[in-house]
Design a protein around this ligand. Structure first.
Ligand SMILES: *Cc1c(COP(=O)(O)O)cnc(C)c1O
Length: 376
């Protein structure tokens, strides 16, 4: 027997599965760590979902619509009302979460001998899709304010010739949205040899006046804009992510997708959710207000805070961020230890949850201050 059973790929040996620490709600009741939407579906929406699922249940002996035609039509309609224009159903693709969409993009457009590029700090899942698809991975760097220096970014693209550039906007974990010039400059630098993927998982939370990259689709055929129902739509549990792009890009994804990858229940759930879009997105405005208030409050505490167009805020900087994170956990508030050294990320919850967060952070900072004074 070999010492290394099971016979895993060498580069996967010893790797921990990705995931934020999950803690029981009874131990840590205020959970502000994975950018979920705190507002659960209403009883009326839940009843409609149950109804739709029980209708498709009568046909679950059959495979679902492989082309999810009805859903693509609804998604195109939604995108045209959410920053896009002239988006047709053949420009829409969907999968089980935008994480699956992203992995399919790497399967089709990455692979051995090809390079995927992002700019750090960036979403921590991207290097994992690159690894899974045997795509080489490289990162450039964002500036001090977490924006991009376009000359440096363009130079890096021209030097490395990536097949895929992955850019979250608003960025996770910093909350930074990219200006449209950045998207255009990078699309042109990448050219027809590659794709620029703008990950707008948090697009609906962007501040007034911040445009969506959807507006640029008619001008750049190598631009892909991804969205998800996990954040603004408050449907993380349903697993539905999607993109808008040139129809030829969607066709390429049909080659790598698994057969019938979107289940009949997923299609029905997403379809009902889209018919409740006004109700679901009503809370987005509450969260944006709460986000702006959180940014101001944190700045008022003398902390560094990144501008945010998302439903979370990155703040710091702490000499021992783990101790601050732990201080919050001890007071029943779970946030995320992520981003550059010294920074922490808090997702925006309900007004009550944010009050708990502010109280816990104030107490933690005060008690750490006292301890520092005792040591003197
Ligand atoms: C949360 C998030 C997603 C969404 O992932 P799903 O698979 O759709 O739940 C995508 N990209 C980024 C940057 C995210 O933070």
């Amino acid at each position: 027997m070999s010492a290394s059973f099971p016979p895993l790929r060498d580069e996967l040996r010893g790797i921990e599965p990705y995931g934020a620490p999950q803690m029981a709600h009874d131990r840590v009741p205020v959970q502000l760590n994975v950018n979920e939407n705190p507002y659960a579906p209403s009883a009326e929406l839940a009843a409609s979902l149950a109804n739709a699922v029980s209708t498709v249940a009568l046909e679950l002996n059959r495979y679902p619509d492989r082309e999810f035609v009805a859903l693509r039509e609804q998604l195109a309609g939604y995108l045209n009302a959410s920053g896009g224009s002239d988006i047709t159903p053949d420009m829409v693709w969907a999968a089980n979460g935008s994480n699956e969409v992203m992995q399919q993009l790497l399967q089709a457009f990455g692979g051995p001998g090809r390079l995927a590029l992002s700019f750090a700090p960036t979403y921590s899942m991207y290097p994992e899709y690159a690894r899974n698809t045997l795509t080489e991975w490289a990162v450039g760097h964002r500036e001090e304010d977490f924006g991009l220096d376009l000359d440096r970014a363009r130079a890096l693209v021209e030097e490395r010739r990536p097949s895929i550039v992955l850019l979250p906007s608003p960025n996770n974990p910093t909350g930074t949205a990219l200006p449209p010039e950045a998207v255009s400059v990078l699309c042109e630098a990448v050219g027809d040899d590659g794709l620029l993927v703008v990950d707008e998982a948090y697009g609906e939370f962007r501040r007034t006046g911040t445009p969506s990259a959807l507006e640029l689709l008619p001008r750049h055929r190598n631009l892909v804009v991804t969205r998800t129902m996990s954040k603004a739509f408050a449907l993380a549990g349903a697993r539905l992510g999607y993109l808008a792009a040139d129809p030829a890009i969607c066709d390429a994804l049909r080659i790598v997708r698994l057969p019938y990858h979107l289940s009949a229940t997923t299609q029905a759930t997403a379809s009902v959710a889209l018919s409740y879009v006004d109700e679901l997105l009503a809370h987005v405005d509450d969260l944006r207000v709460e986000r702006d208030a959180t940014v101001s409050w944190l700045r008022g505490q003398g902390l560094d805070v990144a501008d945010s167009d998302a439903n979370f805020v990155l703040f710091g900087r702490f000499a021992d961020r783990h101790a601050v994170w732990q201080g919050l956990v001890d007071r029943g508030v779970l946030i995320r230890e992520t981003g550059p050294a010294g920074w922490l990320r808090v997702s925006i919850g309900t007004a009550d949850e944010m009050t708990s967060f502010r109280t816990a952070l104030t107490e933690t900072m005060e008690s750490r201050q006292e301890r520092m004074e005792e040591q003197r």
